[in-house]
Design a protein around this ligand. Sequence first.
Ligand code: ZN
Length: 305
Amino acid sequence: MPFPLQRTRAVVVLTLAVGLLSLPVGCETIHPDRPTAEPVARSADPAPPPSPVVPTLPGKYATRRGCCVFYHDFEFSPDDPLLAEPENLPDQVYSELRLPQGNAVVQVFLFDTQSRYERYMFDERFGRYKNQPARRAYFFAEPRIGGGEELKIYTWMGDHLRTDLRHELTHALLNGVLKHVPLWLDEGLAGYFELPPANDGVNPQHLDTLRRGPLLQDLARLEKFDQVKQMEKPEYREAWAWVHFMLKGDPAMRKVLLDHLQALRVNPNPGPLLPKLREATSNPDRALADHLAGIEYPQSRSQPK
Ligand SMILES: [Zn+2]
């Protein structure tokens, strides 16, 4: 996007006083080595600064796998396990949540470095999403000219890439088949599916932190959020906990969540979830605490990068 170049007209006037005032009155001696007066100099307008380099998207290569097209500027091994995620994750998400398979194509922009990613996304002058809080990866559903939405994931080749891809891809898969995904639920489900199937939905870091307490769950508060900046780490943890509680706890809780998701397929605002949970269990907060205490998760299970 063009921006106004601020030009300042610099006018430099150089004069040199030759010490006339210090000469003795009446003395007309002129020293031959007296410095001559500097010429008056006025510059032209300064040359405009070199055009800043506007950050660009990766796109030297495009690799299609499953539901995704990856855009990248480096060569990818076709055997890279990352490329298997778009082939496997949709089945896992849709079957566990009893949702129909979507057919949307997700564009994944893979930056080679963090700095290039951050410049494209958040640079205060050029960042395409500079009004969003800086995060390691993002998913956006953007209106497409002519109707529909473009589903886009932006991230970079860091240590958390596989987890981040699964997380953002879960957002894309949900947004592809639901009329609306409430923010807390979107993040809770993404946190549930971001680690490989062997984790069975358990996020060990979230679990450890929640078990150390204090456990301050408040689903009514989470359900009011509608801006990304309202979700920080404690809210991500809590959202994951509610989702894990419903999907892996009592079957009655699971039914509440699956019914809510079915409602969201046709109705963007089926109302809050908490009242429905209260119909299924008298004290959801207590039931959640009991659930978290009872999750069996071997500490030795390694986490993928
Ligand atoms: Zn997310």
